[in-house]
Design a protein around this ligand. Structure first.
Ligand code: ZN
Length: 429
């Protein structure tokens, strides 16, 4: 019989306290059921009954309401169930979509993501230089207009999640500082919302990635997780501790790329010297294999292939070995400070583990304190890691999952207001 991961079950059960009145209890239960169907990408009725502690008829009524709202579908019986009556499977409806947007220094990626974290359609728009915020609005508007024309009538976009390689004001979604893009105080979420007539929620890209890893990826069910992502715009991080995403006092926690790794080191965009993201860069790896601009998408495969020739790749090997040692110094601080049970490496950081198997763990074992280092496993996000897009979509899905019926009621009112040219009230995260 299939069962939920123990950590996941425990987390859900602690969240099923009854609300103050009937409406809030129903909203809470709808939210819990939709959250389970979403994060597990499908779940049987009997699993829902066990995980929530609600009785079968209540689960049936909640599922019926979610079906009516167009958020889940009932499908075939759970064939994996070995005992008792087969249970009906509940899956996320393909009809509810989020638009995920991730601008970076050389590409703007726009994707439609369905409930369950599945990327339905993704477009990568390459740029010759870092785009301005206004250009991002134009690029995303044009791509979204094209995507909308091919959407069947039963599919609707409920909101936009914006993953930014920089600091984002968690309240209004203003990009406070994205040094690699050259942006400061850009109200991108508000401008995009105005252009697309959709609610837009923005966050740091690696924080969005951490959220996706904890919900769907290697860290599913892991309550103490660090996600470290290396991209064209440096290194970002997100921290899940005790099952919760760590935001900090003003929403900027997880700036792991600015962990100090070398006194008097390379100047960083933050104004300091010797930060992790200044000392190890994707650019250095690209230069080591002499890959032309615009052909860097397959960097990992190119490097792994070049390393086959030990003589010809000695310079590349030197760069990788140095980056591994520097990453270990950065991870030492992270592991000692946060005591995670898992560190997930995404983007170009994957290459360092694949190109030098065991080297990072070995370097870490001689630097980090014995207790924390013995508990931590280092995992790789999948090749072609989509965590940032899936995590961006999570930002947009969050208000829907928190209050499915209420959110859709509000969306319908907003869509009607736009259609009838009635001023739309400002929407907040
Ligand atoms: Zn820095």
């Amino acid at each position: 019989m299939t069962s939920l991961p123990p950590e996941r079950s425990r987390r859900i059960l602690t969240g099923t306290n009854l609300g103050n009145n009937r409406d809030s209890t129903r909203q809470h239960n709808l939210s819990t059921v939709l959250g389970l169907v979403h994060s597990l990408s499908g779940v049987s009725r009997s699993q829902l009954t066990r995980a929530t502690g609600l009785n079968r008829s209540t689960i049936a009524a909640l599922v019926a309401e979610l079906v009516q709202l167009g958020l889940v579908v009932e499908s075939d019986l759970d064939q994996a169930q070995q005992y008792g009556r087969p249970s009906i499977m509940i899956q996320p409806s393909p009809g509810a979509l989020a638009l995920a947007v991730n601008p970076d220094v050389d590409v703007v990626t726009v994707a439609l993501v369905s409930l369950g974290g599945h990327i339905v359609n993704a477009v990568r728009f390459h740029t010759v230089r870092a785009p301005s915020a206004a250009e991002v609005v134009n690029i995303v508007s044009a791509i979204y207009a094209g995507m909308r024309t091919s959407l069947p009538a039963h599919q609707r976009v409920v909101g936009v999640g914006l993953a930014i390689p920089g600091l984002v004001d968690p309240v209004g979604g203003t990009v406070i500082d994205a040094p690699h893009l050259g942006w400061r105080d850009e109200p991108l979420a508000a401008r995009l919302s105005e252009a697309l007539k959709l609610p837009v929620i923005a966050a740091n890209d690696a924080v969005a990635g951490a959220r996706a890893q904890a919900t769907f990826g290697a860290g599913c069910g892991v309550s103490d997780l660090v996600y470290l992502y290396g991209g064209a715009s440096g290194i970002g991080g997100g921290v899940i501790s005790g099952g919760r995403l760590i935001h900090g006092s003003s929403g900027f926690a997880g700036q792991l790329g600015h962990t100090h790794v070398r006194t008097g080191g390379v100047r960083c965009t933050c104004g300091s010297n010797g930060c992790l993201e200044a000392e190890i860069t994707r650019e250095e790896l690209i230069a080591a294999v002499d890959l032309p601009h615009g052909e860097t998408e397959n960097l990992e495969e190119v490097i792994m292939e070049r390393l086959q020739d030990q003589v010809q790749s000695s310079d590349l090997r030197e760069v990788i070995d140095r980056q591994v040692q520097v990453l270990a110094v950065g991870l030492k601080s992270v592991v000692n400070l946060l005591n995670p049970s898992m560190v997930v490496l995404g983007g170009f950081l994957r290459i360092l583990v694949r190109a030098a198997p065991g080297a990072l763990s070995e370097a870490l074992s001689t630097t980090a304190t014995r207790g924390p280092r013995e508990n931590v496993s280092i995992e790789l996000a999948p090749l072609g890691d989509d965590s940032i897009l899936v995590g961006a979509a999570e930002l947009a899905f969050e208000p829907l999952i928190r209050d499915p019926a209420g959110f859709l009621r509000l969306r319908t009112a907003v869509v009607e207001a736009v259609h009838n040219e009635i001023p739309v009230p400002a929407q907040t995260a």
